[in-house]
Design a binder for this molecule. Sequence first.
Ligand SMILES: C[S@@+](CC[C@H](N)C(=O)[O-])C[C@H]1O[C@@H](n2cnc3c(N)ncnc32)[C@H](O)[C@@H]1O
Length: 271
Amino acid sequence: MPPLTSEKQQVHDFWDAASCGEVLYLHGSARADYELHARKRYELEPYILEFADFESAKGKRMLEIGVGLGADHQRFAEAGADLSGIDLTERAVDHARRRLAAFGLSSRLAVGDAERLGFPDESFDLVYSWGVLHHTPDTPKAVAEVWRVLKRGGTAKVMIYHAWSLVGLMLWVRYALLRFRPWVSLRAVYARYLESPGTKAYSTREARQLFAGFDDVRIRTVLTHGDLLESMAGQRHQGPLLSVARKIWPRALIRKFFPRLGLFMLIEARK
Ligand SMILES: C[S@@+](CC[C@H](N)C(=O)[O-])C[C@H]1O[C@@H](n2cnc3c(N)ncnc32)[C@H](O)[C@@H]1O
């Protein structure tokens, strides 16, 4: 891979210190550890199962961008996808390799950059990426790469962050309002405090613009464990305020009256 820009190096360093979910839910690198991690993941994020629809990848040439610890990658491999996967960090690729090996599965895994995919045009029937493309500095370039490597008629399934979310609101209250700096924008708060430096979040309108080159773009947002304070809001946040909020959070009311204020935006689109 060519040398990373300083912005991308920061993203790399953040995720190379600990892959997503590693600190909280992975306690080793044996088969049982990965099983426990997967159980926790799909308990907390059941909507992944419906969105990814792992079984539907059987026999398809597919690429996952940003494999992280490799839980979804394992499911795609088990379903019989003809699978490739990349991640910006060696750490994630090593985890995904160890995980697949522990289950006797295989995939072409490599370190790579979403903004510069090392695959020819029209290589894949399916490109899947969960919680990744908002971290890379040039997200439009990464989306253009997804389009490029998809075959005509191929499908992109991408989750990126939704700006108008309760996680975003909580972060804004914590890092802008309670610091008497209400002029600090929601975007700045996401970029500085959610996860890796420069993380972005999009309105559904902005997401439509990002995917304007695709056909049949379907977008929905979901309330996450972070919005509902059923877990951490990302792996950086803890503290007494959050512990109190977790006890009094009106989850039923939120589900009923604000179902769209979720952090995750699920995008399915066809080339
Ligand atoms: C929040 S984690 C998500 C990982 C996994 N998809 C999951 O759901 O657990 C974000 C991942 O994106 C990767 N990433 C960030 N920028 C990237 C880029 N430009 N190209 C490839 N992967 C990238 C990070 O290394 C990290 O593993």
